[in-house]
Ligand binder design. Structure first.
Ligand code: HDD
Length: 693
């Protein structure tokens, strides 16, 4: 899905590379030692037909470097895309934290954000059903603060010691190394069904949240409860939330699967195209602030349990600042691949809690970077370097790029004038919380509640969203071969809600496991949280959305120009889809550039599709690919419209009486319904009818 009107379409409508993209570092080709080379086409040989010579240093240097171009991919979150931006504080957080980048009104802090999937390898498809990582590095004037979160507010496990088990179960199975980037296989559901604390998270992943429309439309969550400390020393327990200004939107499952094949870079491309076109993605950062009580609970919810949310209706999210992503990395490897986040990168006023998942993470990130980035000096890489002076006493090690001066990298010293000196109370001081206890391998009793919030999530979904959750479980469990695993999992779903279990069991063609009534999940006593639903109550922003218009030579090109102008006013991008690339011509009208030929496109590229007057009877109307495109857009709940005889083409492919399908006489009448449809993201009524709910 692209908003890249700055790039011209190529011969078949695919965008062309900007002209300046060919520039390298400089004008002359050299070796790594700066020696100018005569050429790089032929190795040095003993005669044109002779063997290559060992003395060809250029050949050996070039190939040796190439042989070592890859570094280990991240053990999780290997596939990602990033961007730089700016965070601007509203100053409203000053009452709860002394962190300057939050507490100071108007303070601007540079950030780097990396979005990711969790399970897939670096080259896997973006639209796999999965959790999305949402990691933000704030280069604050007090040092780097990393908020290493996800697009879901809970997690599969309550204790970091289970993380290797979770990931071993979710990654491709060890014998054949399949399936790639998918949880729809036996080992994942074996673990998930036996490890019932995952159930709440499973509902999130099987819901529409597991297949976001774009990185620009995901929420972000710090997941854990943090302890914030204000300037007066008072503390609160806080959860971080990122709210996308464009709203929270998802794909539908078939769309996600199609995108996985037709455009595996769907989310990466979308982020890059939006930023290139100046449609900068934005999020508001918000806090749920709860009292720092000795039992660390809020309204009975254990704040140290990362499988629990605090519903926004119980504790509203208070906005504290806004982040705008405006600059793309120039080099994927140097920046997006080498960025290293760490939950332990904190600044004064922000502290960790004893959440056992968070505690384990405090160890893991530094440890993994040492392997992944080849030693302990990765903080010197440009993308990781703080934007404040660094005066540490770390020395040497692999890939040391600093030339440290002086002879006294130790404390106390007199040879270095005592420098660098510690800052005392002006530095990072841990909140003096009391710690005592008997050594045990145990969880608190409240962690044993594995179902109540899964039920809360289920109850908070609209019927069409519930149908999608059922579809998610049915698909994934339908891919599991071991019947006992499927049965065990459906039994767990009974504990969430018997209706959910019955519908999944029906889809799988199995009986619902017979559990004692006392173990059945129930909506009794559950107060749904409407904030968890993604169905918009009113139309949201439409800028950056993409409308495809189907046309061919002879179509109403003046109408297309008028439609483009009308949509442009709302920041909506129009793309002309035709039977061929190049240009469309109609007598008496200005020619129109084709953005996508049918052969290079698929329905997934458009949020809405329109058929132009004059399209009937043309090659584009007769091509079966057009009928497929329209039928897919219809099934995916997208706004559809046609003017003039375009109605014949649309009406032949889809049910023209269905909600969100508008056949009109004049192109002007297309605009209103289109904007309404785009603002609602989907025709929820049509999706509900398709799902039979
Ligand atoms: Fe993690 C990467 C988020 C639990 C161990 N994690 C990683 C990234 C994100 C998260 C967004 C990618 C960062 C990037 O873009 O470079 N992880 C989470 C969240 C968790 C979580 C929200 C639970 C609330 N993670 C978690 C646990 C452990 C790890 C419990 C280990 C005990 N995570 C890692 C890691 C990674 C990582 C192995 C892999 C690459 C990296 O760190 O830099 O250390």
């Amino acid at each position: 899905m692209t908003t890249d009107d700055t790039t011209r379409p190529g011969p078949t409508g695919a965008p062309q590379r900007p002209a300046d993209a060919a520039a390298q570092q400089g004008g002359r080709l050299t070796t790594a030692q700066g020696l100018r080379l005569d050429e790089t086409e032929h190795s040095l040989k003993a005669g044109p037909r002779g063997p290559s010579l060992l003395e060809d240093h250029h050949l050996r240097e070039k190939i040796t470097h190439f042989d070592h171009e890859r570094i280990p991919e991240r053990v999780v979150h290997a596939r990602g895309a990033g961007a730089y931006g700016t965070f601007r504080s509203y100053g409203t957080a000053a009452s709860v934290t002394k962190a300057r980048f939050l507490a100071t009104e108007g303070a601007e802090t540079e950030v780097f954000v990396r979005f990711s999937t969790v399970l897939g390898s670096r080259g896997s498809a973006d639209t796999a059903r999965d959790v999305r990582g949402f990691a933000t590095k704030f280069y604050t004037d007090e040092g780097n603060f990393d908020l290493v979160g996800n697009d879901m507010p809970v997690f599969f496990i309550q204790d970091a010691i289970k993380f290797p088990d979770l990931i071993h179960a979710g990654k491709p199975e060890p014998d054949r190394e399949i399936p790639q980037a998918q949880s729809a296989h036996d080992t994942f559901w074996d673990f998930a069904s036996l490890h019932t604390e995952s159930t709440h998270m499973l509902l999130w992943v099987m819901s529409d949240r597991g297949i976001p429309r774009s990185y620009r439309t995901v929420e972000g969550f710090g997941v854990h409860t943090f302890r914030l400390e204000a300037a007066d020393g008072s503390t609160s327990l806080v959860k971080f939330h990122w709210k996308p200004v464009l709203g929270v939107h998802s794909l539908v499952w078939e769309e996600a699967q199609l995108a996985g094949g037709a455009d595996p870079d769907f989310h990466r491309r979308d982020l890059a195209d939006a930023i290139t076109a100046g449609a900068y993605p934005e999020w508001e950062l918000g806090l749920q602030v709860m009292p720092d009580t000795p039992d660390e609970t809020f309204e009975g919810i254990d704040l140290l349990d990362p499988t629990k949310i605090v519903p926004e209706e119980l504790c509203p999210v208070q906005p504290v600042g806004r982040m705008t992503l405006h600059t793309l990395p120039e080099n994927y490897f140097a920046e997006t691949e080498q960025v290293a986040f760490h939950v332990a990168n904190l600044v004064p006023g922000i502290h960790v809690t004893n959440d056992p998942l968070m505690q384990g993470r405090l160890f893991s990130y530094l440890d993994t970077q040492i392997t992944r980035l080849g030693g302990p000096n990765f903080a010197q890489l440009p993308v990781n370097r703080p934007h404040v002076p660094v005066d540490d006493m770390q020395r040497d090690g692999m890939h040391q790029t600093a030339v440290h001066r002086g002879v006294a990298p130790y404390q106390p010293n007199s040879l270095g004038g005592g420098c660098p000196v510690a800052s005392g109370a002006q530095g990072y001081v841990s909140v003096p919380t009391p710690v005592e206890g008997t050594k045990v391998r145990e969880a608190p009793a409240s962690f044993a509640d594995h179902y109540s919030q899964a039920t809360l999530f289920w109850e908070s979904m609209t019927p069409v969203e519930q149908a999608h959750v059922v579809g998610g479980f049915t698909f994934e469990l339908g891919k599991v071969f071991e019947a006992a695993i499927v049965e065990r999992m459906v039994g767990n779903l009974v504990r969430v809600h018997p209706d959910l279990a019955a519908r999944v069991a029906r889809g799988l063609g199995i009986d619902v496991p017979d559990l004692p009534a006392a173990e059945h999940g129930s909506a009794d006593g559950v107060t749904p949280s409407p904030a968890l639903s993604q169905v918009p109550r009113e139309p949201g922003r439409v800028d950056g959305r993409v409308v495809g218009v189907i046309a061919d030579d002879g179509a109403d090109l003046a109408g297309i120009a008028a439609l483009r102008a009308a949509l442009d006013e709302h920041g909506v991008v129009l793309r002309v889809v035709a039977s061929h690339g190049g240009t469309l011509r109609t007598q008496g009208a200005e020619p129109v550039t084709v953005d996508r030929a049918l052969v290079t496109t698929r329905s997934i590229e458009y949020d809405a599709v329109v058929v132009a007057d004059g399209a009937a009877g043309t090659p584009v109307a007769g091509d079966p690919a057009t009928a497929v495109l329209l039928a897919e857009a219809f099934r995916h709940g997208k706004a559809l419209a046609a003017w003039g005889d375009g109605a014949d083409v649309l009406g032949a492919a889809v049910d023209a009486d269905a909600p969100g399908v508008d056949l009109v006489d004049d192109v002007d009448a297309v605009v209103g319904p289109l904007l309404q449809g785009l603002g609602m993201h989907r025709s929820w009524e049509r999706l509900a009818a398709i799902a039979g709910v």
